[in-house]
Ligand binder design. Structure first.
Ligand code: HEM
Length: 182
């Protein structure tokens, strides 16, 4: 994945636990220390190894580390670096989610050959909303959980994830999120 993702993970650890902890994480991951140039694309294994090393270092599950990272991505990284894009994509959570594919599309000339996820709003029945997450990768559903919580906080939207339903697919990952949005 693009270095901007790896860098955001590093920033989260440094902000929450300090530089010394980050050195431990990096060492544990075995990832080279030049894997953090925002606009360079790196092997996905680098991102996965960093996330796993974070979890191991903090003695938490990988899914909890990914959830925390999702929140951090929305609340810190994109809020600081991509606020204009974020604003253009919507002023409430549901319209933002409806524009998210567009947002990722619009930056495909910057992030060449990148492989962003896509999202489909399957059902919008007032407070009950179903969103399908589609990815070429596997294992990032907890990251999306964190992203959704981060977005809910950003838009002051009351939201609970009621059910997370993995969909059977041959390749990549698809997950249906059933949300209640008060
Ligand atoms: C302006 C803000 C954003 C930018 C610049 C951005 C950019 C990116 C980039 C560069 C990647 C890495 C893909 C690759 O290297 O192949 C990525 C992945 C991803 N993005 Fe965004 N993104 C933004 C906002 C969001 C938001 C708000 C969400 C919330 C749902 C989101 C969901 C994801 C997910 C889940 C992935 C992981 C890739 C996967 O699932 O396969 N992004 N994004």
């Amino acid at each position: 994945m693009y270095g901007v993702i790896n860098k955001s993970l590093r920033d989260m650890v440094v902000e929450q636990f300090g530089e010394a902890k980050w050195s431990e994480v990096l060492q544990r991951s075995g990832v080279p220390d030049d894997s953090f140039l925002a606009m360079q694309s790196y092997d996905d294994d680098i991102t996965y190894s960093l996330a796993q090393a974070c979890a191991d270092e903090m003695e938490i599950d990988l899914s909890d580390a990914l959830r925390a990272f999702g929140v951090h991505w929305v609340e810190n990284t994109v809020a600081k670096q991509y606020e204009t894009l974020m604003r253009a994509a919507g002023s409430d959570m549901l319209s933002f989610l409806g524009n998210l594919n567009n947002l990722h599309d619009r930056i495909s000339s910057t992030f060449l050959n990148y492989r962003p996820p896509s999202f489909e709003i399957k059902k919008d029945a007032g407070e009950q909303v179903e969103i399908l997450y589609l990815s070429e990768r596997v294992g990032l559903t907890p990251f999306v959980e964190g992203l959704l919580h981060g977005l809910a906080a950003r838009f002051n939207q009351e939201m609970a994830i009621i059910e997370i339903v993995p969909q059977p697919v041959a390749r990549g990952e698809q997950t249906l999120f059933k949300l209640s949005m008060g």
